[in-house]
Design a protein around this ligand. Structure first.
Ligand SMILES: Cc1cc2nc3c(=O)[nH]c(=O)nc-3n(C[C@H](O)[C@H](O)[C@H](O)COP(=O)(O)O)c2cc1C
Length: 248
């Protein structure tokens, strides 16, 4: 039987405990995911990280080529690379990402959605348009993985084509969803790709690989105000066409 679309859910919210998530439905796991930008320092055991990555590795890819690669930085390595990225951010202009994530020329409806996201996040934190230092510090948080104990850095080989970027995206989303079952949350971070040279050097990535993005992984801080920011979405009618007649 077809289920009515839900308008909102709390069953899979980041506030639920690992015990409450044991029977998380797929729908609630997806709907309850949100980007978390305040984490507890609680370490994540490596076998658990491996289990999440193994699960995500079941993601589909064209002809099963599995083009994704991931570097896990935790413990002292995590502390060192975040310190180096924050230092670089504090002392020099941010380097450019090695690829264009966004359109070269912004237009509606995308620019409007982008602004709503940015101002919504800053608004939650009480950062006003004049507060340039507040904005700088919020952005800086990216380079400290928002306090998360684990950084995941996704790469693909440079000679791979657009199809492999699709495949990687599916893998990356699968990591985010698989993590939720264990009480873990994530923030995907394109910002981390800005420091691809530093990451390449410090994490030993070969030259033939390209950083796609990074991700903060850890347990959400229940007291972090930033985590109360929830983005909205367009209704299904806005991006879906149920085709009722053959054209032409
Ligand atoms: C590939 C990718 C890169 C992102 N990069 C960043 C980032 O660098 N910093 C950040 O704070 N959020 C980043 N985000 C999170 C988006 O802002 C977020 O997904 C979007 O606003 C929707 O909110 P939600 O994830 O809470 O549903 C990224 C998301 C994706 C999918």
């Amino acid at each position: 039987m077809q289920r009515e679309a839900k308008s909102e859910t709390s069953a899979g919210s980041w506030k639920t405990t690992p015990e409450q998530r044991h029977n998380l439905t797929v729908e609630d796991a997806i709907r309850g995911r949100q980007s978390i930008r305040g984490f507890l320092k609680t370490p994540v055991p490596r076998p658990l990280i491996a289990r999440i990555l193994e699960t995500a590795g079941r993601a589909p890819s064209g002809t099963n080529i599995q083009p994704w690669k991931v570097y896990v930085a935790d413990g002292a390595i995590r502390d060192q690379i975040t310190a180096e990225m924050c230092h670089a951010y504090d002392t020099a202009p941010e380097p450019e990402r090695p690829y264009n994530y966004y359109p070269q020329k912004w237009r509606e409806p995308y620019i409007g959605r982008r602004r709503a996201c940015g101002w919504g996040l800053y608004g939650t934190l009480g950062i006003t348009r004049e507060d340039k230092e507040g904005m700088r510090l919020q952005r800086r948080g990216n380079y400290d993985l928002f306090g998360a104990p684990v950084g995941l850095f996704f790469t693909i080989d440079k000679d791979m084509e657009i199809g492999s970027w699709l495949d990687s995206g599916m893998f990356i989303q699968s990591v985010m969803i698989a993590a939720r079952q264990f009480g873990l949350e994530t923030c995907p971070q394109a910002a981390l790709a800005n420091y691809h040279e530093l990451l390449r050097k410090r994490l030993g990535m070969p030259d033939v690989e390209q950083v796609v993005c990074g991700m903060a992984l850890g347990y959400p801080d229940p007291d972090a105000k930033v985590n109360t920011f929830r983005t909205d979405r367009e209704p299904v009618e806005a991006f879906t066409t149920f085709v009722d007649e053959i054209k032409g």
